[in-house]
Ligand binder design. Sequence first.
Ligand SMILES: Nc1ncnc2c1ncn2[C@@H]1O[C@H](COP(=O)(O)OP(=O)(O)OP(=O)(O)O)[C@@H](O)[C@H]1O
Ligand SMILES: [Mg+2]
Length: 254
Amino acid sequence: MKSELGELLDARGLVRRFGGLTAVDRVDLHVSEGEVLGLIGPNGAGKTTLFNLLAGQLRSDEGTIRLLERDIHGLPPHRICHLGLARTFQVPRPFLSLSVFEAVLVGARFGRATPSRSPASVTRQCLARTGLSSRRDDPVRSLNLAERKRLDLARAIASNPRVLLVDEAAAGLNPAEVRETVDLLRDIREAGVGIVYVEHVMEAVLDLSDRVQVLNYGGTIAVGPPDEVMRDPRVVEAYLGRAAESADGGGTGR
Ligand SMILES: Nc1ncnc2c1ncn2[C@@H]1O[C@H](COP(=O)(O)OP(=O)(O)OP(=O)(O)O)[C@@H](O)[C@H]1O
Ligand SMILES: [Mg+2]
């Protein structure tokens, strides 16, 4: 099972059940150096659960996960981060009592070491890249939602990842902030990082993605170039079908 050249993350046949619900259903996912894979799908499709499997917050019931040719299945999150996979959270829950600087320093200290750079210098650079330098001494609790999302991204990139999983970085941001986030992710990709980008803000994810993978009810229903995937009748049906359910009051309400 040899990976393609430049392949960073290769997951196959992932399954995760919660009681009778199969939240992730035989999903294959791979991302290469400098590639952005957009991961989309209606609410409850299994995107965040898949991230939890890849980053070690949850164990899969079936399947394999290889990061840089190494089997990471079952490793705890801090080990996986140390090996080069970082993630952001759909709802960031930083330590509110830390300063902004300290919260990002955690990423720089416990991630994959950055050669010849001190954690403090990496932290300063990541704060500058995410526009948070002027807030460095403020407590995390004083940040608004948009700033907490940027802080979470700063913490993740401070760990010097080879693969970055981004869960809804643009949700709740205004159009200018969305553009800044897209520019930052493009910058990170330019440095060779492989990004898996979960997002409901379609302009952002379609603009950035080299490939798009669509989940619905836990399974992959389409994967390929963004324009092709968005024309796929199964994708159109998945979105319209769920929208109709929500209009009937049958959606997840999230
Ligand atoms: N810890 C859990 N226990 C039980 N069910 C869960 C758990 N986590 C997720 N689920 C269920 O698994 C399914 C997938 O949820 P998940 O959060 O992965 O979806 P998502 O694609 O990230 O959705 P959204 O776009 O709304 O964030 C949903 O039906 C959800 O209710
Ligand atoms: Mg989610």
